[in-house]
Design a protein around this ligand. Structure first.
Ligand SMILES: Nc1ncnc2c1ncn2[C@@H]1O[C@H](COP(=O)(O)OP(=O)(O)OP(=O)(O)O)[C@@H](O)[C@H]1O
Length: 508
């Protein structure tokens, strides 16, 4: 049988680690093939080898039956391989069309022929049901639309084998439904897809086959119709995974976070948070459910001191923290797992160890007379790496070299370990594998059981329902309902998040 992609016995090493150890991946034409593995298992590395970004130490690659030699991204492109990256590579100020033709501009009479290009972009968009406006500026369109521009970029270059790297991690539930339809349309039109995802539900819904890798080694390839989420998870992690979040009832105590009549403007000076009231008590997890763009980011930035508050007040216990600096808020007992781990979570060129003391480096024992004291810093880091199973060669490795999921685990380790009174967890399990999600959820619940107040913001309604003790629904900058997770469903939450009403529920 001929495969469109046939990667045989690939080996790729990095200093101190074998990221791919004798892996074989074979993709049939017209299928959606899942690539599944724990954080740091080697999925991105394998795809970078396929795309010619890394040269493997061993192994062979055949694309549509032809052996690839001296692979590089240009060769990969010319063979019809396109990559839809997790972190988009688009120019904000450019239009959709300008971004798509970048580096491959059609010309007419010595000038770039934007009009013809825009028509081509429109035609491709129509053919695959992408509904992209060729003239829109990137900065004005949603994350979901930006992703479609990335898809169009590969199609415009003639790709017929598309690699999607965790495409749904950045999308809202509605956008995920639409992306799944787009992927189905792509394969119906003869394309082949490799899908990297941690979401087993998505694999069950859209994939034909699934190749599983664990710690750099191939575990096997299965037909999705012969498997189920439990069997896939067990193959990937090497043990049974408990999908149900185990927790007892909350025993909430005094109020820790008190927000009153909060108003926060967004960058266009429009109120993004508009008269919001919320209280989080010691010993409870409050989950915020809301469609992206209803003021969640501005709310979190206002609490953490990253965004100016225009009206209202925020108290942490009896201390007012309204418009205080991030350092002052942190010193008053806040920990924050930020939603953008690259922008607000890590300094990528610092070592894992240095990243572990980003908020505390100036304190004892990490600093002495204004000079960093590295022994305690790295001792601490080693302990956290062990405890949180952060997969890294060592504490001296730059954070940049860690897989996305392991970067996230490093942040969570740092923030939870500071033992805060109040913990904000924004999209804490984005990009994490099922085993790591189980672990992070248990850590959040442990914090709660130790009497801490936890605010969880997540687009995963399943996570909100399973982990929270109370759910605050956020809509147009306000909390419009407080719901008991035991008495609601994803459907009902979806309705409330869209501005619908629920007779018996009152905001508090
Ligand atoms: N450029 C690099 N330099 C050094 N080590 C690297 C580099 N890229 C990846 N690694 C290491 O190789 C291993 C595999 O990483 P990779 O990013 O392929 O994992 P992944 O399966 O894609 O993980 P995730 O699901 O977390 O994104 C990890 O241990 C990672 O730290």
């Amino acid at each position: 049988m001929e495969y469109v992609i046939d990667m045989r016995n690939i080996r790729k090493e990095f200093p101190g680690i074998v990221a791919n150890d004798n892996i074989t991946l074979q993709v049939k034409k017209g299928e959606i093939h899942a690539l599944l593995g724990e954080n740091g298992a080697g999925k991105s590395t394998l795809m970078n080898v396929l795309f010619g970004l890394y040269e493997p130490e061993q192994g062979e690659i055949f694309v549509k039956g032809n052996k690839v030699v001296n692979n590089d991204p240009n060769i990969a492109n010319s063979l019809g391989i396109g990559m839809v990256h997790q972190h988009f590579m688009l120019v904000d100020k450019f239009t959709v069309t300008e971004n798509i033709i970048l580096g491959k501009e059609p010309t007419k009479g010595g000038k770039v022929d934007l009009q013809t290009a825009a028509k081509e972009v429109q035609a491709l968009s129509d053919q695959y049901g992408l509904r992209v406006d060729p003239y829109a500026k990137i900065e004005d369109i949603s994350v979901g639309m930006q992703q479609r521009v990335e898809i169009l970029k590969t199609l415009y270059r003639g790709a017929d084998i598309l690699i999607f790297d965790e495409p749904t991690a950045v999308l809202t539930p509605q956008e995920i439904v639409e992306l799944i339809q787009i992927m189905k349309k792509l394969v119906n039109e003869g394309k082949s897809i490799i899908l990297i995802t941690h979401k087993l539900k998505e694999i069950m819904e859209v994939c034909d086959r699934c190749t599983v890798i664990r710690r750099g080694r191939g575990v096997g390839t299965v037909d999705v119709s012969d498997s189920n989420p439990d069997s896939l998870a067990a193959m990937m992690v090497g043990r049974e995974v408990n999908f149900k979040v185990e927790k007892g009832d909350a025993a909430p105590k005094e109020a820790v976070l008190k927000i009153k009549d909060l108003v926060v403007h967004d960058s266009r000076k429009v109120p993004a948070v508009n008269g919001l009231n919320l209280t989080v008590h010691a010993g409870e997890i409050v989950g915020i459910a809301g469609v992206d763009g209803n003021g969640q980011s501005e709310l979190l930035e206002a609490i953490t001191g990253l965004h100016k508050v225009h009206e209202g007040s925020i108290h942490l216990r009896d201390k007012e923290i309204t418009n205080k600096s991030p350092r002052s808020v942190t010193e008053n007992g806040l920990s924050h797992i930020p939603q953008d781990r690259h922008k607000h979570g890590l300094v990528l060129d610092f070592s894992v160890g240095e990243n572990m003391v980003l908020q505390t480096y100036y304190q004892k024992p990490y600093s002495k007379s204004g000079i960093l004291n590295f022994k305690p810093i790295f001792d601490k880091a080693k302990k956290l790496i062990e405890e949180y199973d952060v997969r890294t060669p060592d504490a001296y490795t730059p954070a940049r070299a860690l897989s996305g999921g392991n970067q996230q685990k490093a942040i969570i380790a740092r923030e939870v370990d500071r033992d805060p009174d109040f913990l904000i967890a924004a999209q804490p399990t984005r990009g994490l594998d099922v085993g790591a999600i189980e672990f992070i959820h248990s850590k959040l619940i442990e914090q709660r059981d130790n009497g801490k107040a936890v605010l969880l913001v997540s687009f995963e309604l399943e996570e909100i329902i399973n982990v929270s003790d109370r759910i605050a629904v956020m809509y147009e900058g306000k909390i419009v309902a407080i719901v008991n997770p035991k008495e609601t469903t994803e459907q009902e939450l979806g309705l409330l998040m869209a501005g619908g009403k629920r007779g018996a529920v009152h905001a508090e």
